[in-house]
Design a protein around this ligand. Structure first.
Ligand SMILES: Nc1ncnc2c1ncn2[C@@H]1O[C@H](COP(=O)(O)OP(=O)(O)O)[C@@H](O)[C@H]1O
Ligand SMILES: [Mg+2]
Length: 312
């Protein structure tokens, strides 16, 4: 079974030591990523996403725990596990004076890819940099640099490609081109791990999503099930009189009075019927002047999931 895992993490713990003491970035992380999946690691800024994938890639030292990449333990088989991973870092780190072609040739050399097995031009074309193949990195736009970093992660044909917040600074058209290529290599069998703090991005691309918040995995499920959990709306009901106390008829709903003296009801499509809200309004005998609904924002969704994780 284990051969079917691209990533296996057990009891992973990371504490950064700083002047002000320890910062616990990851706490008892368990995570399994099946081979061939398009996996999303979703979480707000500071949740621990970069720490986790940098540990996988051998760029950050863990404090304790087990990490295996395609069956290779990163402690006992660091070289084999590094060969299995290509990482596109969050920061745009590139030597400004090297042209794309040379950057990729050097990286291929670093990984020991023989000259006759190199696909330098093919990769450059795939990320749409053929016009800039011989231009120095410093002359590339932010989006082009990002794509060069993607190309750099692919030269040794790794089984797992990790993209850390890959769309920051990439414009829409190029983004589409990038995803097309990533989807293609995923179809060919490459496991893709994407970190993002954009719900829409994870929703659009990934087939499985883990949610991380404050160093803990708080949800890990198929995209379908994750979206169901976080498919929440806030319904705001405005009355033509000041409401100071929640009417009894709202008792069974997740409702409260907000700062504008309106009633706010949390509504989950899968779990509650909108009709219950209408019934509560009717029974209250109050007269409504407006009803509005808005999607719960992602920060709130994270808070909600975190609360659920701690009370379970
Ligand atoms: N080198 C470091 N030294 C100390 N603290 C760090 C370091 N890198 C990250 N952190 C802290 O660890 C936590 C997780 O950071 P990070 O993994 O970058 O989160 P994310 O990628 O989800 O935004 C944050 O609180 C961050 O401030
Ligand atoms: Mg990060």
């Amino acid at each position: 079974m284990e051969q079917n895992l691209a990533i296996k993490i057990k009891g992973l713990h990371k504490a950064y030591k700083g002047k002000k003491g320890e910062k616990i970035a990851l706490e008892s992380i368990d995570l399994e990523i099946p081979r061939g999946s398009f996996f999303g690691l979703l979480g707000p800024n500071g949740a621990g996403k970069s720490t986790m994938i940098n540990i996988m890639a051998g760029l950050v030292n863990k404090t304790s725990g087990l990490v295996e990449i395609c069956g290779h333990n990163i402690d006992t088989h660091p070289k084999a596990s590094r060969m299995s991973i290509g990482i596109v870092p969050q920061e745009l780190v590139l030597d400004p004076f090297f042209p794309a072609y040379e950057v990729l040739e050097n990286t291929a050399g670093f990984y020991g890819v023989p000259k006759n097995k190199r696909r330098t031009m093919e990769i450059i074309r795939a990320v749409g940099l053929e016009d800039k193949a011989y231009a120095e990195a410093r002359s590339l736009s932010g989006g082009m640099r990002r794509r060069l970093l993607v190309a750099k992660a692919l030269v040794h044909n790794p089984d797992v490609v990790i993209l850390d917040e890959p769309t920051a600074g990439v414009d829409v058209e190029l983004r589409a081109q990038l995803w097309k290529y990533i989807a293609k290599i995923n179809k060919q069998g490459t496991t893709i791990l994407l970190t993002t703090h954009y719900l829409e991005e994870a929703e659009e691309l990934c087939d499985q999503i883990a949610v991380i918040d404050d160093g803990r995995i708080i949800a890990n499920d198929s995209k379908k099930n994750i979206m169901k959990t976080i498919d929440r709306k806030i319904v705001t009901i405005e009355f033509d009189q000041v409401v100071k106390e929640l009417p009894k008829s709202f008792g069974k709903l997740r409702a409260h009075i907000n700062n504008d003296d309106n009633i706010e009801v949390e509504f989950r499509k899968g779990k509650e019927s909108f009709n219950e809200i209408l019934v509560a309004i009717n029974k209250s005998k109050l007269s409504v002047c407006d009803i509005s609904t808005e999607e719960a924002d992602l920060e709130e969704v994270f808070r909600h999931l975190t609360k659920a994780a701690y009370t379970n």
